[in-house]
Write a protein of this length. Structure first.
Length: 173
C-alpha cells in the first residue's frame, strides 16, 4: 500500500472512500492466513523503518476538507501527492528500483529534460490519450487512463502546480 502517497488525503476524501466501499456488495471468501516470508522478516529485522508505515508521522494534524475545486496551484499540489511514488519527491523521474521491466519514469518538472517545452494541451493529451508531445505512446505502467478521468479543472490545477515546482534534471527523483 503506497501509504506515503495517500497519507495526506483529507477526512472528507477518506469518508468518501469508506462510503464507496460500503456501497459495494460483500465478497464471501477465505483470504487465508497472512504469511511473512524470509525476505520480509529479514528486512524488518535489519531496518524497521523500511516499511513506509513506520516513516509516516501518525500524529501530524489532518486536514478536514480538500482544496476548493478550481484550477489552482493548491488543488494541483494536493492531487500531485500521488505522483511522487513513481516520479519522486522532486517529480524529476528516472529509473525506479525493483522491476527491471519498469520504464524510466518521466520528469514532470519544467526542466528541459521534463515538461519545459510542453503546453497545457500537450499535458491534457498525455493524460487523456496516452500520447507524449511527440506523439509516441505512454506506457500503460503509467496509469494515464485513470488520471485522464480527472475533470478539466483538476487537470488544469495539476498543470498549474507543475509550473511552480523547481526545474530539476531528469533522474534525480
Amino acid at each position: 500500500m503506497p501509504s506515503e502517497e495517500f497519507v495526506n488525503l483529507t477526512d472528507h476524501e477518506l469518508s468518501d472512500i469508506v462510503a464507496y466501499i460500503r456501497s459495494m456488495l460483500a465478497v464471501n471468501r477465505d483470504m487465508g492466513a497472512v504469511k511473512l516470508g524470509p525476505l520480509f522478516s529479514f528486512m524488518i529485522a535489519t531496518d524497521p523503518k523500511a516499511l513506509v508505515a513506520f516513516r509516516i508521522d501518525h500524529d501530524a494534524p489532518h486536514v478536514v476538507e480538500p482544496p476548493v475545486e478550481a484550477p489552482s496551484v493548491q488543488l494541483g499540489q494536493h492531487i500531485v501527492q500521488v505522483c511522487r511514488g513513481c516520479h519522486g519527491p522532486q517529480l524529476s523521474g528516472g529509473k525506479l528500483a525493483g522491476d527491471p521491466n519498469m520504464p524510466i519514469v518521466a520528469n514532470l518538472t519544467p526542466h528541459e529534460t521534463g515538461l519545459r517545452s510542453w503546453s497545457e494541451s500537450d499535458f491534457f493529451r498525455a493524460l487523456r490519450e496516452g500520447k507524449r508531445r511527440d506523439g509516441t505512446a505512454i506506457s500503460k505502467m503509467m496509469p494515464w487512463e485513470a488520471y485522464g478521468q480527472m475533470t478539466d479543472t483538476e487537470l488544469k490545477a495539476v498543470w498549474a502546480y507543475l509550473q511552480t515546482v523547481p526545474a530539476v534534471a531528469k533522474g534525480n527523483h
